[in-house]
Design a protein around this ligand. Structure first.
Ligand SMILES: [Zn+2]
Length: 314
């Protein structure tokens, strides 16, 4: 079991073939039922109905922040003067003398010119959509089986990601029902990665928050919970990248955090060691610095407006 225990966060595991016959999706029942009584009491009997509007609000925000940046026409983004060199990197315009950037953008791999003011957002877009960890721990016949099932259900134009969502769901269900909560958590991380690969950033964030929630509950593979206050560095990086892309502060994201747990958590609150509120507080503490850097600084402008007003009045 140790090989599965380490599935999450262990980069060296990528590409290793695992003996996962007991997770055969053709047979959802699991022979390993040691923790059955505990599992039965831990799991919610019925899923909660949740209002999706919070998620839609974040989706809108991410679409706005992920809009394509730059022009494809080899023109200075400040004064529209044409440039010849196809090299990527920073350039100085021969007409207006401003420095601008030429890079490939992540949405369409087009080589574009963009202003210095857009540089950080351009980089956030790249970071939020790269280094995606693929789920490779399935067997080909499982993949084929699920693909066939989806086709039988009338789903047309199947993408790899459609099948992969179902593969991961099947694994998640199995790991959950056998009390392998840590393994289940790593599968939820893979769900987030899959969402990110489809540029569904709001849903990816929702899943990362859920993984954080499970981590703070110290899940293990024997159906146990134990409080844990140390965040996984890989998870931290993923959350940070999405928050940067959306210019989102954790302290103002309680709505989507709460939504995430309400929507995704399969566990009874009474079984857990850390509740939603406590888990959110831990995350807020962890991202205090990033939150502070995102504060809008506008005191000077209001000062100017104020002094102008008084000078006019006198
Ligand atoms: Zn110019």
């Amino acid at each position: 079991m140790s090989i599965l225990t380490n599935l999450f966060g262990s980069k060296t595991m990528d590409g290793l073939s695992l003996d996962i016959t007991k997770y055969d999706v053709n047979d959802m029942k699991d022979s390993d039922q040691f923790h059955q009584v505990k599992v039965d009491s831990d799991l919610k009997k019925a899923p909660e109905v949740v209002d999706r509007r919070v998620l839609m609000m974040y989706e809108k925000k991410f679409i706005e922040k992920f809009k394509k940046i730059g022009n494809l026409h080899q023109k200075c983004p400040y004064c529209a003067k044409a440039y010849k060199s196809l090299n990527v990197g920073d350039k100085k315009c021969t007409a207006c003398e401003k420095t601008f950037y030429v890079q490939k953008r992540v949405q369409d791999m087009g080589t574009v010119a963009f202003t210095a003011e857009k540089k950080s957002q351009f980089e956030f877009q790249w970071k939020a959509s790269s280094k995606i960890k693929k789920f490779k721990f399935y067997l080909q016949h499982e993949y084929d089986y699920i693909q066939q099932q989806l086709q039988k259900k009338g789903k047309k134009h199947l993408q790899i990601s459609d099948v992969m969502h179902s593969v991961i769901n099947a694994y998640a269900k199995n790991s959950l029902n056998s009390g392998h909560y840590a393994l289940y958590t790593s599968l939820m991380f893979h769900k987030a990665e899959l969402m990110r690969s489809e540029q569904r950033f709001a849903e990816a964030l929702e899943y990362y928050f859920y993984v954080h929630f499970l981590h703070t509950n110290g899940v293990d593979n024997q159906a146990n919970f134990k409080q844990n206050t140390v965040i996984n560095p890989e998870l931290r990086e993923r959350i940070a990248d999405l928050l940067a892309l959306g210019n989102i502060q954790v302290k103002k994201a309680k709505d989507i955090f709460d939504y995430s747990i309400m929507h995704l958590s399969v566990f009874n609150e009474s079984s857990l060691s850390v509740g939603t509120h406590k888990s959110y507080s831990l995350l807020m503490k962890e991202f205090k610095l990033e939150d502070a850097l995102k504060e809008e600084v506008k005191p000077m402008r209001s000062f100017v407006l104020y002094t102008n007003k008084t000078s006019q009045a006198s």
